[in-house]
Write a protein that binds this ligand. Sequence first.
Ligand SMILES: NC(=O)c1ccc[n+]([C@@H]2O[C@H](COP(=O)([O-])OP(=O)(O)OC[C@H]3O[C@@H](n4cnc5c(N)ncnc54)[C@H](O)[C@@H]3O)[C@@H](O)[C@H]2O)c1
Length: 338
Amino acid sequence: MHVVTLIKGDGIGPAIMDEAVKVIDASGAKIHWEEAYAGLSAFEKFGTPLPDATMESIDKTRLAFKGPLTTVVGTGFRSINVALRQKYELYANVRPAKSWAGIKTRFTDVDIVIVRENTEGLYAGLEHYLTPKKDIAESLAVVTRAGSERVIEYAFKYARENKRKKVTVCHKANILKYTQGLFLDVAREAAARYPDIQFDEKIIDAACMHMVMNPNQFDVIVCTNMFGDILSDLTAGLVGGLGLIPGANIGADAALFEAVHGSAPDIAGKNLANPTAVIMAGAMMLSHLGELEAAERVINAVEAVVNEGIFVTPDLNPNSKAGTIEMGNAIVKAMQSS
Ligand SMILES: NC(=O)c1ccc[n+]([C@@H]2O[C@H](COP(=O)([O-])OP(=O)(O)OC[C@H]3O[C@@H](n4cnc5c(N)ncnc54)[C@H](O)[C@@H]3O)[C@@H](O)[C@H]2O)c1
């Protein structure tokens, strides 16, 4: 029995997480879910967006399955996602984007894995105003050799272990010569230790252009925090949208699995949210736990339902009458009949 801290989150979070739990429970893996709270809903309920009980649970389980959390734009508390990634040193954020046979997009054979540095860079949280009038503000980007080495090493190791051919570092070392330059230097050093993996480097703005024109040239990408955040939404767009992309936040002794997308307040409470991303994040968690057969069952069932395109949410098929719950039920059914 594996014990997992379950955080359903805000907005569409509870609806998609209920479907994900239903699917994972039907996969054959034995999971004991320890429910905890975070985000705006925790703030409204307990007066804090990250209650002590939630951290006590993760301290113990070292493993969390989390729905999206709302972070109000511009004001309010700091992102709890960023806080959790920093507290548990979840330094590698792995975001795979792969074309689906049943989803029509511009490209049919996209298969990109973004490995995003997850604890440093411009999201280190070092921001302040420089004047009492608050008319000048500054943010500090922090890039350390140790932080860069561990995530870049992870990307190369991931490439080797998953039979990938190439790692591309996306950077802006032409302008940000110290922070981005350090990250690029570390990537070049790592590349020399992995002669079996091709290495490429692209300046981030050109990388975006290349990615929308010819995504097939990318395989594994490694980059600093904010570039990875933005690029992974771009890869989501290439394969059919944010409802499809899972994410694993990996540390040395803890891990957190979630969808890449946010709490989607525009569709919350309407049974419209696509549960695929978070269910695929659940499959990544099962693999991480060594539950490989259960993970494969989940992936096969999700692929069958998504590619058939009938019991899917309207973001995948505008003519579909199915919603979040019906899609979850169809995935469970596909698993049981296989
Ligand atoms: N990991 C996280 O918890 C996380 C990640 C990103 C954003 N956020 C937070 O989420 C909130 C909303 O952010 P946003 O609107 O910029 O991004 P978002 O990802 O919530 O939504 C962007 C667009 O994608 C759609 N979308 C997202 N997920 C979907 C799904 N599963 N099915 C169908 N459509 C989906 C939404 O309806 C919206 O139109 C913000 O408070 C933000 O801080 C949280």
